[in-house]
Design a protein around this ligand. Structure first.
Ligand SMILES: Cc1ncc(C[n+]2csc(CCOP(=O)(O)OP(=O)(O)O)c2C)c(N)n1
Ligand SMILES: [Mg+2]
Length: 896
């Protein structure tokens, strides 16, 4: 403001003098009060002013603005008490049945009201045939969700008694945390890896808008609710994308943060205030922030706070102190919180010590919560996402040994005395008689179906569209497979034209997007890397999704391939966020279940920034039963020349092989890419869809793409290994097995071996070592456990046979990738690969360095043949010398 001319200095001075006078006469609190009122008035008068990021440590919604509470508070309290009891009993029993099996008591205990307000009044179910709300439960609160499902009759006592013991019982145990793969008709969204729940929820809300704007599905009736721990906000994934939610106007998104001020080890911000910190972060990002800090009983005290001393005490007390108050008695609170200022002490002089303890926090007050949720849902249309910050006590109602204690997160069991105290606290003496309590395990309690509680609970869920959570695959908008002509051109090869498998893929993607059957359902996803992969050619045709359209004329508007954004755009250009792009992949790849609308995501990224960067999200995708294609482009440690250590990927295929649902492929040729994707679409979107996804390595090295050899079937290509070229002579001295870009060196080596050494080899393309190994392991297991039955033979053993002739496998990945099959091949097996750290240099130099060029393949083959077919060690030495290999040169296995 000092940079602007003051048009009326006298008036300015008057205002400043007034402020000084207020500070002098009435103190700083009064001055703050007046300034806040002025700001509020300015806002009402539409005097635009940069938003402040913090407000005082009180509820955002004042008592007079609270809506009427439509529920029956007494019945809801009873229901909550039953659920609380059963959740605690289930965890306790589980640890009695199987000591050390774990589980969490205190997370749900702190958040029971946060969920129950949602269940009784807000969360929409799917009974009307629509998708309902998408609710992301905090992973460690799962016991409470099971306890409610038990009350609703969806789970039995036997189910509860199999909490955390899933094996056997036809898989009917209860998974420790929300898990759609383990409980596929119950949980929709896996959440327990901290940070991934909120991140994927945010992108789910964004994807709902994408579906809506593209007119593929009407998502306007679905809201996304994400329940998050305050400790969980430490994760960069939790907060890292919140500005996107505001930018995209995701007013269909609600975060509820359970601020119990504790994480696993102790306080979240002992020396600060997590609620204030989060308020500033979310407000700064443009969210609608609702703080639910104090329960109703505090309202009277605040109303009497003439001098602002109570507010001041609330503002200046740190969380570590608040946590202390949660475990101390009333006299301590009187002494330390209200004590220091006589006006404060006076304010609570009419309250007994017990009454001081029971001044509850806002997150345990259903009226306050109802007001907050109501405001959040009425926020639709404002363009702003909402975060509700609820102050709670960790372990609430579990008694003094557990509530608010630093160790509370890890307590798994309750003894008789603790259970009895809890029963009293929850007023369950009638429901849980002494005799039942004294049994070895605490009993469960389920109200009779004709009880008012049961009737009320079920009526509420009926009114809101049925029970939650519930995962159901009910295809509302079916999809059909693409026509064959999308794939056919690749079988002819590219003749003389040099192209990469990435270019082949991009062309195929365009064909699929144009396909009359599946075209609309294709979701291309890129994290600011489309030009790298030659995909900018798709910008103009498919358009980039932009909820606001394109409000500017792009610099390249005159070009054929201009940067074109549109509300109906198909491409999700995520910007530089692999985590965000993966979250979109998950939202799109689970749309068949969450929305009943199968979508086909193709997420293409720098392969180095896939499994290595966002491996946990890839597991999340698998857990969520995501379908779709991950494309690891610029793959390989030598194919991507010049980039060096941080970019050159020689291990993503190894990491891919660790994820069971992931089908990992390393194709060499465009027709292989096409065959793999065709078969993948059939497996994931055909008549008997499988909940799997694909990882396909793509390279940027151009080469003339060969035609598909005659007779090679799609089934052979996708099985993992097929003979690409037979031996040119009747005798096969060795087999060269290549993958991906290593095909060039292997093919050259084959001709050198024949022409210079008279060694004849056949050439094989290994498209998936993972698939081969998977098959071989199943066969090995069958043979081991069925000793009397006819022995099975694995595919790889059938194909490569049994002989003394060696197999030399080469790829642009670590040697361990081909070695996945070494054990299952009854021939001498040599693997060449790119172990070591990436280096910047030319392809030729890198391949010599990592010892995977044609000369090294020749040497490795000759070496494996020593003593046979006239090959001697002298011949190998000569081959080394003539090809200029320096045996003492630096190589990948030495780290320097
Ligand atoms: C990525 C990740 N790191 C660590 C953990 C282990 N962990 C489980 S719960 C927890 C503390 C959670 O605290 P908070 O988010 O505040 O939840 P609360 O139980 O207090 O509601 C931790 C560290 C995890 N589940 N995921
Ligand atoms: Mg916490």
């Amino acid at each position: 403001m000092h940079q602007l001319p003051d048009t009326d200095p006298g008036e300015t001075q008057e205002w400043l003098d007034s402020l000084d006078a207020v500070v002098d006469a009435s103190g700083k609190n009064r001055a703050r009060y007046l300034l806040s009122r002025l700001l509020e008035r300015a806002q009402q008068s539409q005097v635009s002013f940069p938003a402040t990021v913090s407000t005082p440590y009180v509820n955002t919604i004042p008592r007079e603005s609270e809506p009427w509470f439509p529920g029956d508070e007494h019945i809801e309290r009873r229901i909550r008490a039953y659920i609380r009891w059963n959740a605690a009993a289930m965890v306790s029993r589980a640890n009695h049945i199987a000591e050390g099996i774990g589980g969490h008591l205190s997370t749900f205990a702190s958040s029971a009201s946060l969920y129950e307000i949602g269940f009784n009044h807000f969360f929409r179910g799917k009974d009307d045939g629509n998708a309902g709300d998408h609710v992301y439960f905090q992973g460690h609160a799962a016991p409470g969700v099971y306890a409610r499902a038990f009350l609703e009759g969806r789970l039995t006592e036997d189910d509860l008694d199999h909490f955390r013991r899933e094996i056997g019982r036809d898989g009917h145990g209860l998974s420790s945390y929300p898990h759609p793969r383990l409980m596929s008709d119950f949980w929709e969204f896996p959440t327990v890896s901290m940070g991934l729940g909120p991140l994927t929820a945010l992108y789910q809300a964004r994807f709902n808008r994408y579906l809506h704007n593209r007119e593929i599905d009407d998502t306007s009736a679905s809201r996304v609710w994400a329940f998050i721990g305050d400790g969980e906000t430490d994760e960069p994934e939790t907060l890292g994308a919140i500005s996107l939610a505001a930018r995209e106007h995701l007013d269909n998104l609600v975060f509820v943060v359970n601020c119990n001020l504790q994480r696993l080890d102790g306080p979240v911000r002992g020396n600060g205030k997590i609620i204030q910190e989060l308020e500033a972060v979310f407000r700064g990002a443009g969210w609608n922030v609702i703080k639910v800090i104090w329960g109703s009983k505090w309202d009277d005290l605040l109303a009497q706070d003439m001098d602002g001393v109570l507010l001041n005490q609330m503002n200046s007390t740190v969380d570590g102190e608040f946590q202390r108050y949660s475990v101390e008695d009333g006299s301590y609170i009187r002494e330390h919180f209200f004590g220091p200022d006589s006006r404060l002490r006076q304010m609570v002089s009419h309250l007994t010590d017990d009454e001081l303890i029971s001044l509850p926090r806002g997150g345990h007050d259903y009226r306050k919560l109802y007001a907050a949720y109501r405001t959040a849902v009425e926020n639709l249309g404002s363009g702003r996402p909402t975060v509700i910050l609820c102050k709670t006590i960790k372990g609430w109602t579990l008694g003094p040994d557990i509530e608010g204690r630093n160790a509370t997160h890890q307590i798994k069991k309750m003894n008789l005395e603790q259970l009895r105290a809890m029963r009293t606290r929850l007023h369950l003496e009638e429901e849980i008689p002494d005799a039942a309590l004294e049994a070895e395990d605490p009993p469960y309690f389920r109200p009779a179906t004709d009880s008012v509680e049961y009737q009320y609970m079920m009526e509420r869920r009926r009114a809101l569209g049925g029970s939650l959570p519930r995962r159901i695959v009910r295809i509302r908008r079916p999809i059909s497979l693409p026509l064959d002509n999308a794939f056919e051109e690749f079988d002819a090869g590219s003749n003389e034209q040099s192209v990469s498998t990435t270019m082949g893929f991009t062309r195929l993607l365009r064909n699929l997007a144009r396909d009359e059957n599946i075209g609309q359902r294709i979701v291309p996803i890129v994290p600011d890397e489309a030009r790298t992969f030659g995909m900018d050619s798709l910008f103009r045709e498919l358009k980039i999704y932009a909820s606001q359209g394109q409000k500017y004329e792009p610099v390249d508007h005159a070009l054929l391939l201009s940067y074109a954004e549109s509300t109906k755009g198909q491409i999700l250009e995520e910007g530089i966020t692999e985590a965000g792009a993966m979250s979109s992949f998950i939202a799109a790849g689970t749309a068949y279940a969450t929305r009943g609308v199968p979508m086909v995501p193709f997420y293409i990224f720098y392969s180095m920034f896939g499994f290595q960067r966002v491996g946990d999200l890839i597991w999340q995708a698998a857990d969520a039963r995501t379908r779709g294609f991950l494309l690891g482009a610029t793959a390989g440690r030598t194919t991507l020349q010049g980039e060096g250590l941080q970019h050159q990927d020689g291990h993503s295929l190894l990491l891919a092989s660790t994820v069971p649902a992931c089908q990992a492929y390393d194709p060499a040729f465009a027709y292989e890419v096409s065959a793999i994707i065709k078969s993948g679409l059939e497996r994931m979107y055909g008549d008997a869809p499988e909940d799997i996804f694909y990882y396909i390595a793509l390279y940027n090295e151009n080469q003339p793409m060969p035609a598909r050899p005659t007779g090679v079937t799609t089934a052979q290509i996708t099985s993992g290994l097929y003979q690409w070229a037979p031996s040119p002579t009747a005798h096969v001295h060795a087999s060269l097995v290549f993958s991906g870009s290593a095909n060039l060196a292997a093919r050259e080596a084959a001709s050198v071996l024949l022409n210079t050494y008279g060694i004849s080899v056949d050439l094989w393309s290994a498209t998936s070592y993972k698939a081969l190994r998977q098959d071989a392991m199943s066969v090995e297991r069958f043979n081991r456990l069925h000793p009397t039955e006819e022995r099975q033979v694995s595919l790889v053993a059938q194909l490569l046979g049994e002989s003394d002739s060696p197999v030399i496998a080469v790829s642009d990945f670590m040697r361990i990738v081909p070695e996945q099959i070494a054990n299952h091949v009854s021939r001498p097996f040599v693997s060449l690969g790119t172990d070591g750290v990436g280096r910047s240099d030319t392809r030729d130099t890198l391949r010599r360095y990592f010892e995977i060029d044609s000369a090294h393949i020749v040497v490795a083959t000759l070496n494996a043949l020593v003593g046979t077919n006239g090959v001697t060690t002298d011949i190998v030495a000569q081959a080394i010398a003539t090809s200029g290999i320096d045996p003492d040169a630096a190589h990948g296995l030495v780290l320097d």
